[in-house]
Design a protein around this ligand. Sequence first.
Ligand code: GSH
Length: 202
Amino acid sequence: MRLWQNPASPFARKVRMVAHELGLATRIEEIPTMVSPVAPNSDLAAQNPLVKIPALQTDDGAVLYDSAVICEYLDTLHTGTRLFPGGKSRWNALRLQVLCDGILEAAVLCRYEMAIRPQELRWNGWVDGQFIKIRNGLDALEKEEPAWKGFFGIGQIGAACVLGYLDFRFPDEAWRASRPQLAAWFELISKRPSVIATVPSA
Ligand SMILES: N[C@@H](CCC(=O)N[C@@H](CS)C(=O)NCC(=O)O)C(=O)O
């Protein structure tokens, strides 16, 4: 399989973390891919019309996107405990994944606004609005962390990517201060090989 990714992307990290958790990382060739919403990468556009990473080419030649679809596909390639549980818990896992993806979308938009958009075109009120989503989302994660009870499925992988991305791109956002349970959880799961192997870098 081939994965278009880069080591700064939190959505690509989700896929890479899943691959490590499932023992599939050695079956995936990682293709370093630069992306920018204002300078679309033509190689990537040939694989994903949305010109976003991650995109995964399966061994059959099909190309899958986005991170949720790729992660669920990888979860079909093994016989161990599913990262996407079945039965009633499935809906909660999918909801938690969406919550984390939503926080990441807001954070990535803020990153683009603050790092790419020309200074004179920046809209602080818009960034503030995205940060409300990020902080509300983190408060929701803080409330539900006690229910995770050691399970590290797709929702928790999403949460690990959220917290790692905030530390990476927004180190001044003191998210730990009012969210002690989430902070303790993140410290614990940061020792997992899948988390260590995918720590973001520029
Ligand atoms: N919903 C998508 C989001 C992917 C995404 O936004 N990726 C960013 C990098 S972190 C990207 O490719 N941005 C390029 C662009 O917006 O044109 C997913 O879950 O894969």
